[in-house]
Design a protein around this ligand. Structure first.
Ligand code: B1M
Length: 209
């Protein structure tokens, strides 16, 4: 078994304590941070499929998520560059009713690395909380909404609609998350969409140009 396979297996098994050491060993063996990250994302896909098939349950999904988060901590310095330019301030959160944060945290990391000051509101973020963050912080030029559940797509739609019609100006709205598509982003009036964290950094730069 390669070190990357081991990382993948231990994320799937939710072995959080083993992840920092394993990820470091995988890096020391010369594997790229991007490849290690992709192996962990693949693991989460497998866990999701097993959940759908009734082979694992919520606690196992949670343990896998914790294991991945530990692995990402070790990868962080290897994934992010140090940007000297400032692209502005981005408010980010997972929409109301949704507790998934791994994708949001990856997007946060990538946007930070290209030069955004990030204000992370966490998960289960109401429309009001997004709006207050825009009012309370200077120079917010981007709002990023993440969502993983098909059932919270209505919350995303509501938040985007409110942000675009509330009279506050000077910012663009970007959306993303597994169920979100470019078509849906257009339909709900978002300014941008990206399918993954790397794409989010590219799209964010484009939106605030
Ligand atoms: Co849940 N869950 N979960 N879960 N979970 C999914 C999403 C699911 C697909 C599993 C499945 O059934 N196969 C399913 C959703 C089905 C659907 O809606 N169609 C599901 C379900 C049903 C649920 C519960 C309802 C289960 C229950 O209680 N019965 C429940 C809901 C709780 C809630 O939110 N209210 C629930 C709970 C949980 C845990 C809390 C246990 C845990 C989350 C822990 C955490 O996040 N801290 C969890 C997990 C871990 C998963 C899976 C297994 C993994 C998610 C993940 O982290 N993926 C997931 C299965 C799967 O994804 N295949 C599943 C890795 C991550 C890197 O990918 O977040 O997609 P992702 O982010 C990607 C892109 O989407 C994109 O960039 C990232 C990659 O670079 N992206 C953006 C994300 N946000 C973006 C924003 C952008 C741009 C790009 O711009 C703003």
């Amino acid at each position: 078994m390669t070190k990357i396979d081991e990382v993948k297996a231990k994320v799937e098994a939710g072995k959080a304590k083993l992840l920092p050491g394993l990820v470091q060993e995988a890096l020391d063996e010369g594997n790229s941070a991007g490849d290690i990250l992709q192996s962990m994302i693949d693991s989460m896909g497998i866990v999701g499929d097993k959940f759908s098939a009734g082979e694992v349950f919520v606690p196992e999904m949670l343990m896998a998520a914790k294991a991945m988060a530990k692995g990402v901590d070790v990868l962080k310095p290897h994934l992010t560059g140090t940007s000297t330019s400032s692209l502005g301030t981005c408010v980010i959160g997972t929409v109301q009713g949704d507790l998934h944060d791994i994708g949001k945290n990856l997007v946060t990391m990538m946007l930070e690395s290209v030069g955004f000051k990030m204000i992370d509101l966490g998960v289960d973020v109401s429309t009001e909380k997004f709006m207050n963050a825009i009012k309370e912080n200077e120079n917010v030029n981007l709002v990023a909404c993440s969502g993983l559940l098909t059932t919270t797509m209505s919350a995303m739609k509501e938040t985007v609609h409110a942000l675009k019609t509330c009279g506050l100006t000077g910012f663009k709205v970007m959306v993303g998350g597994a169920p979100v598509t470019q078509e849906m982003a257009d339909e709900i009036g978002a300014d941008g969409f990206a399918p993954d964290a790397g794409g989010a950094a590219v799209k964010a730069k484009e939106l605030v140009k």
